[in-house]
Design a protein around this ligand. Structure first.
Ligand code: M7G
Length: 374
């Protein structure tokens, strides 16, 4: 695999996106209207590339129909440029396919090139399992794994060193202990405040994740919370009480960063099995400064991740256990064991069917899509 692209102020990529050639579809999410593709840029070699397309959310200003000269200059759906194909009309109901002006048709695209096996794994659909990570398991399993195998943090250091994305910085506090940079997340199209998604990346470089946080970090966390709220209110006019601020556990990138988006928008990755609210984290540390060194933290592992195999060596994760096994393995309740009798309305046979269904991967949407492409 070739060296990662040199990072100092690269403005144009080495690849021509239109020359991407598809190997296979990794995910096709009809709810998020996004598709992740694996392929290559044959004119550059055989390195893998990941291309993600995501349809943009609607901006309310684009559906405005005010007749002032000023608003007519902005892109709008309701102009004579709108191409309308009628599918059917039935009584008072009409169904159409419309193609608006070019300005309104853009698709947000993210490219990772060259992409590693770990990137391919991250963007692929697969079975997911919940792990209950005790402090001991963290030290023995997770920490050695993440130390030896994690995504490069070069993009994070490029931001902190002002080598990349400098013009996108929304706010910065340069204090080495309590400072951070606030800027748009890669996932945000930057056009629509409804879907605002910012990252707060701390300047301190020795906090890998939530697990490393302790009482000595409270000033840092409080500063991230307050200064981000102030900056976002000033720049985007969003009420601070409408912001969701949280950490991921496990994160993909082990340098502490906070995710920030509006509560009214269901941003990707806000699931309870992955997110820890900044407010809760601060409060836990106020109550118990070493909370995150003592807590059992659940997290999700995907099929294909080597850490899952490492955990499996010690705990029955993929294997299904029956209710009677619970006595021997009292700690397996989060790992797919049957619910205790009396806690489920299902008949035993029905319950067994559901267990089998959970253990059997659904045919991937992506796989059927590939067949359709072939
Ligand atoms: P995470 O919790 O470590 O991982 O968050 P996950 O949410 O991907 O599982 C890292 C966040 O950083 C994600 O929300 C990414 O979209 C964002 N991100 C990743 N990269 C490589 C970049 C980048 O180069 N620039 C910016 N601005 N954000 C990025």
């Amino acid at each position: 695999m070739s060296e990662p692209v040199d990072s100092t102020e690269v403005k144009s990529p080495p690849y021509d996106l239109s020359k991407f050639r598809l190997k296979r579809i990794l995910t096709n999410n009809s709810v998020r209207k996004s598709i992740s593709l694996l392929g290559t840029f044959p004119d550059l070699g055989t390195d893998d590339a990941i291309v993600v397309f995501e349809k943009n959310a609607y901006r309310e200003s684009d559906v405005a129909t005010a007749s002032s000269e000023e608003s007519r200059k902005k892109p709008s759906y309701f102009t004579s440029d709108l191409k309308v194909d009628t599918e059917f009309i039935n009584n008072i109901y009409g169904s159409f396919q419309v193609v608006p002006t070019r300005d309104l048709c853009s698709v947000k695209s993210t490219v990772i090139y060259p992409a590693t096996e770990k990137h391919i794994e991250k963007y692929s659909v697969s079975q997911k399992y919940l792990i209950r990570e005790t402090p001991d398991l963290y030290q023995r399993k997770t920490l050695p794994y993440l130390t030896s195998s994690q995504f490069s943090l070069e993009w994070v250091y490029n931001i902190l060193d002002h080598k990349q994305e400098k013009e996108r910085i929304v706010y910065e506090n340069k204090d080495p202990n309590t400072g951070f940079i606030l800027l748009p997340d890669l996932k945000w199209d930057g056009r629509n405040v409804e879907t605002l998604y910012l990252l707060g990346i701390v300047h301190k470089r020795d906090i890998k994740s939530l697990r490393d946080l302790n009482g000595s970090h409270l000033d840092l966390l409080r500063n991230v919370r307050q200064s981000s709220k102030d900056a976002i209110f000033k720049l985007y006019g969003i009420n601070p009480n409408q912001l969701r601020m949280y950490f991921h556990y496990q994160p993909s990138f082990y340098h502490l960063h906070v995710h920030i988006n509006p509560v009214r928008n269901d941003a990707p990755g806000i699931w309870c099995e992955k997110s820890h609210m900044l407010d809760t984290v601060i409060n836990n540390l106020e109550l118990m400064p070493d909370y995150y060194q003592r807590a059992t933290l659940p997290f999700v592992l995907y099929e294909g991740n080597k850490l899952l195999d490492l955990y499996e060596q010690e705990l029955p994760i993929r294997a299904l256990t029956v209710a009677s096994d619970d006595k021997e393995h009292p700690d397996t309740d989060s790992l797919g064991a049957a619910p205790p009798e009396g806690l489920s309305d299902d008949e035993p046979e029905e319950r067994q069917c559901k267990r089998i269904k959970l253990a059997t991967p659904e045919p991937k949407e992506s796989e059927s899509a590939v067949q359709a492409c072939a």
